[in-house]
Structures are given as C-alpha cells and as structure tokens.
Design a protein around this ligand. Structure first.
Ligand code: ZN
Ligand code: ZN
Length: 253
C-alpha cells in the first residue's frame, strides 16, 4: 500500500513537470517512440494484429470486407445481390472478379511528417481503412481515369480487381453510414496521415479547402492538437490528390 502511494505521488509530480514543459502549445502531435500502440490505430477494427516498433505501426489485414457484397461467391454468407444505386447513378455493371483474402502488411510511420518531395501513389493499395480493406488511388490504370470502373462498385462502393483484391477508390459507404459517420476517421494512407469522411463540423468538405494532396491541417476528434489529414470527397481525386503529403511506408500482400 505504501509503495502504491509513492508511485502515485511520483506520477503526479512527473505529470506536473511534463505539463510545465508543454506550456507552449504547438500544433504537431507530440512525437512518441513508445512501442505501445496509440488508441487511434485501434480504430482499425478489421486488423488481425496491430503492433508498433516505436517508428512504424504495422497493421495486418486480409483485405476482405466485413460487409455484404455481390462480389462474394454466392455460397458465402456475405454474398448479397446488388441493390441500391451506383456511385454516379449509372446502371450497375458487375465485373467478372470475386473477393479473395490476402495477407496484407501495412507499415506506416508512427510520427508522420510532411515529405520534401511528395511521392506519387502507386496503383494498388495506398492505405488501409478501418475494416482492413485497402484504399486505392483515383486511377484504373496508369493515368487512366476511373470512369469505366465506377459502374462496377458494389452498394458500399468497393470492388475486387482481377486477383480478387477488394478495394475502395471512393467513400467507403459501409464505414460512413454503418460503422462510423461521414465526419469520422476512416483509415490511414501509407504515409501515416489519417483519412476522414466527406464532412467536417456538420458540413460537406469543400474541394477548395483541400490542397493538392487532398488534405489540410486542422484539429480532429482523434488529434485535438491538430494534424494533417486527407478527406474523402465525391469528386475526382476522391481520396488522395497528387501524391502523398508525407513519406509513405510500405505494403505487402
Ligand atoms: Zn478498382
Ligand atoms: Zn479536415
């Protein structure tokens, strides 16, 4: 009991010291080198494991959605015939692929920083959403717009590519309508910066308030002292613009 008291009072003393040290409020989140996983990453509920080495957060997922889709094989309990409206409102056109599972390993910087040279996003996974499904960029192929692919998005606006890798190029409706909200955290890009939904402070985020990388720096619920973050919008480039704001980590599958 005595020992516990000492621990508490020394903790209080240390907290006071750190409070004094933090008198000047800066807008960048306090850098951490702890191997403890910060709570914000635990929002990636679709991950099979989330670990930190003090430099990178490693998130492992299968990439298969936790919601129904017409792209599951008809014997899968998550199979559901297409209902609803397509992104863009055209007639739904199913692509010939079906959903497979993978061993994704997303390695993203624990303390993301703006890069001096903004790397372009590659085709394939550019980030991870809360249910473990990867985010893809705004292209169907090298410099090819998504125009013809959009009609094949399922009711939650995702679809699988040829190898069965399911992904979101646009707002993941299952997250913004069922699991979270239109203003909530939806995931992270490979550079470690968070991705938020299409609304902020109760209004749609205007494209004009976003920079070339499709983000801006403000306080968010998860980062009250402010952080750079991307926003999903319903206009091209949808999630990310001309490359990563920060230095991307890696992804393997
Ligand atoms: Zn696609
Ligand atoms: Zn914002």
């Amino acid at each position: 009991m005595k020992q516990l008291k000492i621990t508490i009072s020394s903790f209080t003393f240390l907290s006071m010291l750190s409070l004094m040290a933090c008198k000047t409020n800066d807008v960048t989140p306090t850098a951490t080198t702890s191997t403890e996983v910060p709570d914000v990453y635990k929002k990636v509920y679709g991950a099979s494991s989330i670990t930190s080495d003090g430099t990178y957060i490693t998130i492992k997922t299968t990439g298969a959605p936790d919601h129904k889709s017409v792209y599951y094989t008809s014997t899968n309990s998550l199979y559901e015939n297409f209902t609803g409206t397509t992104f863009g409102g055209n007639a739904f056109k199913k692509n010939p692929n079906s959903i497979s599972t993978f061993n994704y390993t997303f390695k993203i910087p624990l303390n993301p920083k703006e890069a001096a040279n903004h790397a372009a996003t590659a085709l394939g996974a550019i980030g991870v959403s809360l249910n473990g499904v990867p985010f893809y960029n705004q292209y169907a192929g090298p410099s090819q717009p998504l125009t013809n692919e959009i009609t094949s998005f399922d009711q939650y606006y995702g679809h699988p590519q040829q190898a069965g890798a399911y992904h979101y190029h646009v707002e993941p409706l299952y997250l913004t309508q069922v699991k979270a909200t239109k203003s909530a955290l939806l995931g992270f890009l490979l550079d470690g910066f968070p991705v938020y939904g299409p609304q902020e402070n109760g209004a749609d985020v205007a494209e004009s308030s976003l920079d070339a990388y499709h983000g801006h720096t403000t306080a968010t619920i998860d980062y009250p002292s402010g952080i750079y973050h991307y926003h999903v919008t319903n206009k091209d480039p949808y999630i990310n613009g001309s490359g990563y704001y920060g230095t991307p980590g890696t992804v393997s599958q």
